[in-house]
Design a protein around this ligand. Sequence first.
Ligand code: FAD
Length: 104
Amino acid sequence: PDIADIGQASWTLIHTTAAYYPSDPSETQQAQARNFIHALAHLYPCSFCRRDFADYVKDHPVEVKNRQLFTQWTCDAHNDVNQKLGKKVFDCSLFMQRWRGSQH
Ligand code: FAD
């Protein structure tokens, strides 16, 4: 896979994970969600991508208190990459429709 393949697959996993994240997560689930993002920031298989992502995570701590905050965080993180690459900013109000096929 090239950078675009890895990126599309990774965003699919990240956003879908957020879209199905509990609305009232346990402390353990919150730690797991935070660890998931932090692990990606260290292990993502593109060195310059993960360096910038790690900087983003440092400046914008992952929001895992509930589904709404986690989805918004992943949407904002992806938009930061979109802007860096000169792509269109995604309208985060469409997030649940795009990644779960519903508004719930
Ligand atoms: P993608 O950006 O992969 O988006 C896939 C789909 O997600 C879109 O079709 C759209 O439906 C939806 N979407 C778009 N924006 C959002 C959003 N904000 N929220 C929710 N859904 C959205 N590539 C580089 O060249 N340089 C980098 O430094 C880089 N860093 C990356 C860091 C991370 C953590 C990840 C996961 C990927 C990174 N990528 C990077 C890959 C890049 O983001 C794209 O995945 C790649 O360029 C392919 O883009 P695309 O236009 O096919 O769609």
